[in-house]
Design a protein around this ligand. Structure first.
Ligand code: PMP
Length: 292
């Protein structure tokens, strides 16, 4: 991973309507978003000069803002064009794109009705979320101590920054123990997702995945379900108890950054990187590069 700090790079960032030199895209320390987590964001990837599922990501960004009771002061088309302009200005035909929207410094306190909503979009190179050496063995996940909250305890359908507090804590704890990431259970104790990706299991030729009723219904998740459907593979969305992992044969994660990542181990449970995982990984690679 690059050690160049993210505030000290060359390039351009779209900042409240204009492309500005990278180092000038700064905010005040008394921004509401920084203190009260009134922040939503997206993570999207460009392949061969096109941001994959850009419109879906932009719609989710706007919807995340509405869930946090704010309206992004641009049209979705303007944000789509801005994201494309960022990738072009930074010469990133293949790269990661990060839109973020937050409440500004006009009010400081829990109530924030009079704050302005600010938007920025940055892009950078981000080759592979997990070490490619693990492609054949699969990554290793710890089981996190933190649980995903209930939908009436947090705005779980939004991609809101505050929801990542427990993800960072879980990922740190897992990495300290030598794992690559952590699997999180939900408030009921059922399998939910990883800290930044959705989870799928395979048993006897069928795919099992938890219903996204308290965590992000990933755009990659839905895309990969479409690819599995095309291959005629049955997908069962249901509540999954952690003990069931004993009987699952394969496991993989999906996410914009993670793409389709094979999992070899979750705590005491082991999985093989089998044919269905490999086929869906390759279908996804083809699709995102426009060869689907
Ligand atoms: N869950 C979490 C917590 C995530 O951060 C992500 C990545 N955005 C996902 C799932 C997967 O979502 P997507 O496929 O839309 O990137």
């Amino acid at each position: 991973m690059s050690l160049i700090p993210f505030n000290d790079r060359d390039g351009f960032i779209w900042f409240n309507g204009n492309l500005v030199p990278w180092r000038e895209a700064q905010i005040h320390v008394l921004s509401h978003g920084l203190h009260y987590a009134s922040v939503v964001f997206e993570g999207q990837r460009a392949y061969n000069g096109e941001i994959f599922k850009l419109k879906e990501h932009t719609s989710r960004l706007f919807n995340s803002g509405r869930i946090l009771d704010f309206e992004i002061p641009y049209s979705e088309d303007e944000i789509n064009e801005a994201a494309k302009a960022v990738m072009k200005a930074n010469n990133l035909p293949d790269g990661y794109c990060r839109p973020v929207a937050w409440r500004g410094p006009e009010m400081m306190g829990v109530a924030a009705q009079a704050t302005k909503v600010h938007v920025a979009i940055a892009g950078w190179e981000w080759p592979s979320y997990f070490d490619p050496i693990l492609r054949d063995k699969g990554i290793r996940l710890d089981v996190a101590e933190w649980h995903r909250p209930a939908p009436n305890c947090a705005p779980t359908a939004s991609k809101a920054a505050g929801l990542y507090m427990i993800c960072t804590l879980s990922k740190h704890a897992a990495e300290r123990k030598g794992y690559n990431d952590a699997l999180m259970l939900d408030y009921r104790g059922q399998v939910a997702e990883a800290t930044g990706a959705n989870v799928f299991f395979i048993k006897e030729g069928k795919i099992h995945t938890p219903k996204p009723d308290c965590f992000l219904d990933g755009i990659t998740r839905r895309t990969v379900m479409g690819l599995a459907h095309k291959r005629g593979i049955e997908i069962i969305e249901r509540a999954i108890q952690p003990e069931e992992m004993e009987g699952f044969e394969q496991c993989f994660l999906t996410g914009t950054a993670a793409e389709v990542t094979a999992v070899g181990e979750i705590g005491p449970y082991n999985f093989v990187v089998g044919d269905i995982t490999k086929s869906l990984r390759s279908d996804y690679e083809q699709l995102v590069r426009g060869n689907g």
